[in-house]
Design a protein around this ligand. Structure first.
Ligand SMILES: NC(=O)c1ccc[n+]([C@@H]2O[C@H](COP(=O)([O-])OP(=O)(O)OC[C@H]3O[C@@H](n4cnc5c(N)ncnc54)[C@H](OP(=O)(O)O)[C@@H]3O)[C@@H](O)[C@H]2O)c1
Length: 337
């Protein structure tokens, strides 16, 4: 099989308990410690490069500080990102557990469901805990299952902001991301409408999604931009230029498909070797790689599973030796070429 089957488990491996392996096998515990604000895991002598340990957070727009490992709320909806999930109680549990584990950045969109992702977030988490940042999106509509149609008209976007505010039970959206540029509408017009909503106090900060550096540059002439959300993972680095732009200009970068989406990731490579050595999954190593790749990186892995959620959050604590990082980086460079 070429891709790693996400339903299969790498957790069956029970490696011997060396110190580093101990850290690997206690990742879920590490997440719980993190949720309580403990530095037990961070404080331990570490063979990992300093970035993850010293920079577990990113500040959006100068005052919204979030843990860099966020949660993508697209997978809590029904099959095909359509309608309500079959197990609605589980979706609510996943959202609540994410927050318990220390996640304070939740990515969503009016298009997820449509509407159901935002509604579930409010149902599970309202009144919201202090510091929770909900980053929603608008500008992509769902006229039917499997249909994603951009609508960047000012009229649609203004109405979409109001509708998201209502569903999320918010007076102001912390981060409103323009989901996708509508080829039929000049970006300046779409962002002009979003700026109007920001000026009206309905949006705190604006983000972009699915954009090239030139488009980010153009957008920033219309309204300040705090983040960019593009497809990016260890095997798919087509947005490397956008990431570099974000690094240079102090914008957060939210990689979507951080662990390859439903397709997964290839398993016959350094990722798998490192994962096995630590008794973790390749997805956890891939998330750790993203966090290590750049201090502006805010991965938003999506899941409908409590177990996967715990694994994903725990990936932020994965400690790897320099030679392991080198092997994974070499793999990433190979994927890029
Ligand atoms: N801006 C955009 O255009 C755009 C596009 C797509 C997505 N997004 C955002 O990005 C977020 C992440 O993208 P994504 O959810 O499509 O892709 P992803 O996070 O790369 O992968 C999600 C898939 O991986 C599975 N999974 C998650 N954790 C796992 C684990 N630890 N072990 C094994 N399988 C695991 C999930 O299934 P289970 O439910 O079974 O865990 C799901 O099928 C979305 O939730 C959404 O918020 C944005």
């Amino acid at each position: 099989m070429n891709g790693m089957d996400k339903k299969s488990s790498d957790w069956d491996e029970k490696p011997g308990v060396t110190r580093r392996r101990f850290l690997g096998t206690t990742l879920v515990t590490g997440a719980a410690l993190f949720a309580r604000g403990s530095d037990v895991i961070f404080g331990a002598e570490s063979s990992a490069p300093p970035d993850i340990a010293t920079n577990p957070t990113w500040t959006l727009g100068g005052d919204l500080t979030v843990n860099r490992l966020g949660f993508g709320a697209m997978r809590i909806t029904g099959e095909g990102i359509w309608g309500w999930p079959t197990d609605r109680a589980n979706a609510l549990k996943v959202l609540k557990r994410a927050v318990e584990l220390g996640v304070d950045l939740i990515d969503t969109a009016d298009a997820y469901g449509p509407e159901t992702s935002e509604l579930l977030i409010a149902e599970a988490l309202y009144p919201y805990p202090k510091g929770l940042v909900i980053a929603t999106k608008g500008g992509l509509t769902r006229p039917g299952p499997a249909q994603w149609v951009p609508d960047g008209t000012p009229q649609h976007l203004k109405q979409a902001v109001d509708a998201s505010l209502k569903r999320l039970r918010l007076e102001r959206i912390d981060v409103y991301q323009f989901h996708r540029i509508d080829p039929k509408v000049p970006m300046e017009e779409s962002l002009g409408a979003i700026k109007e909503m920001k000026d009206a106090g309905k949006i705190r900060y604006v983000g972009l999604s699915n954009v090239e550096p030139e488009e980010i540059e153009r957008a920033r002439k219309i309204v300040p931009i705090v983040s960019v959300q593009n497809r990016y993972n260890i095997e798919d680095r087509g947005s490397e230029n956008a990431l570099t732009y974000c690094e240079k200009n102090g914008l957060g970068f939210l990689p979507w498909f951080p662990i390859g989406g439903t397709r997964g990731l290839k398993s016959n490579n350094a990722l798998n070797t490192v994962a096995k050595a630590h008794g973790v999954s390749v997805f956890q190593v891939a998330l750790a790689w993203l966090l290590e790749r750049s201090p502006v990186m805010l991965p938003i892995p999506g899941t409908s599973s409590l177990t996967h959620l715990e694994e994903n959050v725990a990936a932020a604590k994965l400690k790897l030796a320099p030679e392991e990082w080198n092997a994974i980086n070499a793999l990433a460079s190979k994927q890029e070429s």
